[in-house]
Design a protein around this ligand. Structure first.
Ligand SMILES: *[C@@H]1O[C@H](CO)[C@@H](O)[C@H](O)[C@H]1NC(C)=O
Ligand SMILES: *[C@@H]1O[C@H](CO)[C@@H](O)[C@H](O)[C@H]1NC(C)=O
Ligand SMILES: *[C@@H]1O[C@H](CO)[C@@H](O)[C@H](O)[C@H]1NC(C)=O
Ligand SMILES: *[C@@H]1O[C@H](CO)[C@@H](O)[C@H](O)[C@H]1NC(C)=O
Length: 399
């Protein structure tokens, strides 16, 4: 944490100079005053929470939607300036800006150059350097548990921007993080899975690198960990690794990833966050197959027990899980490889949808839940319609 935070702690003198000289806008007194207002929203606690992702991890939402929890910190000079200016003395800044305004252009230019040199001397570490330091700490067998933990927490922030994620492998970092998946401490394993998941989120190049380094197999095994937090982050990493990736999905099926999913779905003792995530992965896989005819064909979608474990989730008391199950069923029904009669006779989809309809009717009577219940009912009806169309193709439906 300290190292990431360090780069924001620029000496006030330099901030003043930077603010008044480099930024042409600030030479103008009007904008200088406006400039002071830029930063009021940011304060130290923001920074600390950026530097320490743990604090922001409301795990229920981070699993469902892991891309929302960090925004990558201050990656630009401008962002840092905005923050720094907000932490310096406004009166001094203003005076300084007025001084600079009186300087002739040549003098201004000279000071700009001096300042550039000064900044280079201060040598604020770049993201690549920060990543290198974290990787070195992870790759050092003498590193303490705390060093290792902190290095991973830093990487979690640093890999958020796409360019940094792409650099991680060049620095040898992916292999080092993957090694940490075997660490005896479950928290180190959990953080490592999280970093990998984050690094390859919406990044086909990093997905490929991680797959080639053989991490998927390990991650699938980790989903079965007795530590629920570790299992959740491992499943998150699996999901980002195979999302929209044909190669990833082929590996996934070859490693019996679908059996792992089915076990999670069919056992109601499992943590609800894990079950929600698992059914979202099913929905993603079915969607990918729908959109890519030549895609990986999921053997599990021909397995009626697998399909039933998805349909049965609609009986859950957790509305979020029900909704995610509906989305998955909607995609599954549209696949050519699934059979309408299996949904009807084996999964009792009719009965499930009817039970859900009743439940949503009740829910609509409650002020607090009405809007959500109405949305869910719309989705439920769509699913029902798709189901009946699919059935109509194989059965003579009396008109
Ligand atoms: C200073 O800023 C004001 C408002 O943004 C603008 O109208 C004015 O032209 C600027 N003056 C100079 C010297 O840039
Ligand atoms: C490994 O870590 C130890 C303890 O922190 C440190 O003294 C040593 O210099 C590090 N080795 C390398 C190669 O960085
Ligand atoms: C890890 O450390 C070993 C020496 O202990 C070194 O050969 C290797 O290059 C290091 N890997 C990275 C990615 O820094
Ligand atoms: C269901 O899950 C619970 C908790 O994860 C576990 O203890 C139990 O063994 C599982 N049951 C089966 C049949 O797998």
């Amino acid at each position: 944490m300290e190292r990431v935070a360090l780069r924001f702690l620029v000496a006030t003198a330099v901030i003043l100079a930077v603010a008044t000289v480099i930024s042409g806008e600030l030479v103008n007194e009007t904008s200088a005053t406006e400039g002071l207002l830029w930063s009021t929203g940011k304060d130290e606690s923001d920074l600390l929470s950026k530097a320490e992702p743990e604090n922001r991890d409301d795990s229920s939402s981070s699993v469902v939607n892991d891309h929302e929890d960090l925004d990558g910190g201050f990656s630009s000079l401008e962002g840092m300036l905005h923050w720094a200016i907000g932490h310096s003395d406004p009166t001094k800044l203003k005076e300084s800006a007025e001084d600079v305004q009186r300087l002739p252009a040549s003098e201004l230019q000279k000071r700009q150059l001096e300042l550039k040199e000064l900044m280079e001397k201060m040598k604020m570490p770049s993201d690549a350097e920060l990543m290198q330091t974290a990787i070195d700490d992870l790759n050092n067998s003498s590193s303490s548990f705390g060093d290792r933990q902190r290095a991973l927490q830093e990487l979690l922030i640093l890999v958020e921007p796409l360019d940094n994620a792409n650099d991680l492998n060049k620095l040898g970092g992916l292999a080092i993080v993957i090694q940490q998946l075997d660490h005896p401490d479950q928290d180190i394993r959990r953080l490592s899975a999280w970093v990998l998941g984050k690094a390859c989120q919406n990044n086909a190049a990093v997905q490929k690198q991680i797959l080639e380094l053989g991490a998927l197999n390990k991650l699938i095994k980790m989903v079965q960990s007795t530590s629920i937090e570790e299992a959740i982050k491992a499943l998150y990493a699996v999901s980002t690794l195979i999302r929209n990736s044909l190669a990833g999905q082929e590996f996934f099926y070859a490693e019996a990833g679908d059996t792992m999913l089915q076990e999670i779905l069919s056992n109601s003792s499992n943590d609800i966050r894990l079950r929600r995530k698992a059914v979202s992965v099913v929905a993603d896989l079915a969607e990918y197959q729908l959109e890519n005819i030549a895609g990986a064909e999921s053997p599990c979608f021909r397995n009626r027990f697998f399909l039933k474990s998805v349909v049965d989730l609609t009986a859950s008391t957790d509305l979020d899980l029900q909704e995610k199950a509906l989305v998955a069923i909607q995609n599954l029904l549209q696949l050519k490889t699934t059979e309408a009669l299996v949904f009807k006779d084996f999964c009792n989809l009719d009965g499930s949808l009817e039970r859900m309809r009743q439940q949503l009717l009740d829910l609509m009577a409650e002020e607090d839940h009405r809007d959500y219940a109405v949305d869910l009912e719309t989705l439920r009806r769509e699913v029902e319609q798709i189901f009946h169309e699919k059935l109509g193709k194989v059965m003579k439906v009396p008109t």
